[in-house]
Structure formats: structure tokens, C-alpha cells
Ligand binder design. Structure first.
Ligand code: HEC
Ligand code: HEC
Length: 232
């Protein structure tokens, strides 16, 4: 298969439609939607990451101990961090995940050397600069997610299967967070475009709770209270 950079999105979409539809049409490989594949470690029951809102920073003012307040604020941001919209792109293996059940990405794409896929099957073969609404829906897929920078988080930034405390320590660790200072990490949460996709995930996909602005404010408050992490 060739890289479809110039052939245009249309060709890419046709390709996807063909790839995604083939099993549905043949009926041969019907997937049980609720059953995650065995190699996908469970992260957390969905009931814990609802509802769809984030608390305001001021709602934590009643926690007098600063360390405890910092931890409580971080835990609130965990509603976003542990959401499939984020974890699907921060997997522990070499394949992205899809959907609320975080099943392995179909078709079976690989992360490749630079996390952009492998030659002939790079992420941007199918994922364009924006979400693309599908006219002909296959297996209930209403849109293909998109962003100009769409690719997998490097393996040292894997969140899948980790506790909130582990993720907290990891994202503060400059050896594992892409060399970000605490201020740069806060800025990434508040302003990064790929992070922002979580609030605009396209037709047929549940967004992460709250707004990115609220999320950024929680991170500012977390940093200002010492950036403490939950035990687990
Ligand atoms: C399309 C894939 C994709 C999605 C979706 C995604 N990320 Fe990432 N993430 C990346 C990539 C790639 C990097 C590394 C590049 C960089 O640092 O800019 C990264 C890095 C990060 C980092 C840097 C530090 C670290 O240790 O991970 C944070 C924080 C982060 N993402 C947060 C989020 C949050 C929060 C969400 C959900 C709202 C999210 N990401 C969704 C691909 C993704
Ligand atoms: C052959 C086409 C194709 C290629 C190549 C491809 N994807 Fe996808 N991807 C899709 C389609 C179609 C969907 C939508 C499926 C759905 O919503 O169930 C999707 C969905 C996703 C999602 C799910 C978003 C969510 O939260 O549910 C992630 C993450 C993702 N792709 C990452 C990647 C990454 C990273 C690469 C490159 C390593 C990649 N994809 C390469 C077709 C592709």
C-alpha cells in the first residue's frame, strides 16, 4: 500500500471504509463490542470517570492542608487522564486503542520507530488534520478522528494499565515526559492541541469531562500547591 499524501483525503477515506467495512460486510469477524481483547489491561471501571464535569479550583479551598489539596486537585484531573480519549493514544503496547472499551485499533496499525506508524501505514494515511464525519457508517463508526499532529505518545509516556499515582509521577519526570519542566507540563495540559482534541473528539465519540480551560486551571492550582501525587 502506498502513502496517500497527495491522493487526497477522499482516497484515504475510501481505503478506511474498505478496511473497516470488510469484516462487517462479510460478517465473518464480528467483534463483540463489550469484550476488550485479552491483551488490553483494564484501567478503571467507567462509572468512576463519570460524570461529565470537572470541579472548579475554588471547590478545593476547604481542604486546609496544602499537600492534601494538591493531591485532591490532581485526582480531579484524573477524570480526564484515565478517560479512553487520552489512554487510547497513550497505550502500553505498540498499537493504539479505540473506543470506550479501549479495544486494540482496527486495522492493526503499529507505532513504528517515530510513533507515526510504519511506511505504507502511517497514522496520517487515514487521520487527517481534522475530524472527518463519515457519510456511510461502518460498525457504528460515525467519524475518523483527526489532528495535524496525530500520532502515538512515545512508550515512556504510556498510561494504559497504570494507576493515577504512577501517571502523576511519570508526567512530572523529565526523563519520561519529553523533558518538560513543571511549567511546560501545565502549559501542555492547558493549551496543547492534541490534548485539546479530547474535548472535540468528533461525531460518535464521548468527550472528556469539563473544558480544557478548567483542566488547565486545575493544573495551575496543582503546581502552585506543590504538585503532589496520590499514593496510587
Ligand atoms: C492522537 C494521540 C494522542 C491523544 C488523543 C492524546 N495524546 Fe497526549 N501525547 C501524544 C503524543 C504524541 C505525545 C508526545 C508529544 C508531545 O509531548 O507533544 C503526548 C504527550 C502528552 C503529555 C506529555 C507528558 C507525558 O508524560 O505524557 C501529556 C501530559 C499528554 N500527552 C496529555 C494528554 C491528555 C490529557 C490527553 C487527553 C485529553 C491526551 N494527551 C491525548 C498523543 C496523544
Ligand atoms: C487504515 C486507516 C487507519 C490508520 C493507518 C490509522 N488509523 Fe487510527 N483510526 C482509524 C479509524 C477508522 C478510526 C475510528 C474508529 C472508531 O472510532 O472506532 C481510528 C481511531 C483511532 C483512535 C481512537 C480514538 C478514540 O478515542 O476512540 C486512535 C487513538 C487512533 N486511531 C490512533 C491511531 C494512530 C496513533 C495511528 C498511527 C500509528 C493510526 N490511528 C493509524 C483508522 C486508521
Amino acid at each position: 500500500m502506498r502513502h496517500l499524501s497527495t491522493a487526497g483525503r477522499l482516497a484515504g477515506i475510501t481505503l478506511i471504509a474498505a478496511l473497516a467495512l470488510a469484516p462487517a460486510l462479510s460478517g465473518a469477524q464480528e467483534r463483540a463490542p463489550e469484550a476488550p481483547e485479552p491483551s488490553t489491561p483494564a484501567v478503571r471501571p467507567l462509572s468512576e470517570i463519570k460524570p461529565d464535569t470537572l470541579k472548579q479550583v475554588s471547590e478545593f479551598d476547604n481542604i486546609k492542608d496544602e499537600t492534601e489539596r494538591s493531591i485532591a486537585i490532581f485526582k480531579e484531573t484524573g477524570k480526564v487522564l484515565l478517560h479512553p480519549r487520552c489512554v487510547n493514544c497513550h497505550p502500553a503496547g505498540n498499537r493504539p486503542l479505540q473506543g470506550m472499551d479501549m479495544h486494540l485499533h482496527q486495522p492493526p496499525v503499529q507505532r513504528g520507530d517515530a510513533n507515526f506508524g510504519v511506511p505504507g501505514m502511517t497514522c496520517n494515511t487515514c487521520h487527517g488534520p481534522d475530524n472527518v464525519k463519515l457519510v456511510a457508517q461502518a460498525e457504528g463508526i460515525k467519524s475518523i478522528p483527526g489532528n495535524p499532529n496525530w500520532h502515538l505518545a512515545p512508550i515512556e509516556m504510556a498510561w494504559q494499565g497504570k494507576t493515577l499515582g504512577e501517571i502523576c509521577r511519570q508526567i512530572k519526570d523529565q526523563d519520561r515526559n519529553g523533558g518538560k519542566t513543571l511549567a511546560e507540563l501545565v502549559d501542555h495540559m492547558a493549551n496543547d492541541d492534541l490534548v485539546g482534541w479530547g474535548w472535540h473528539p468528533g461525531e460518535g465519540r464521548e468527550k472528556v469531562p469539563g473544558t480544557q480551560e478548567q483542566f488547565g486551571k486545575l493544573y495551575e492550582a496543582w503546581a502552585a500547591t506543590g504538585a503532589h501525587c496520590p499514593q496510587d
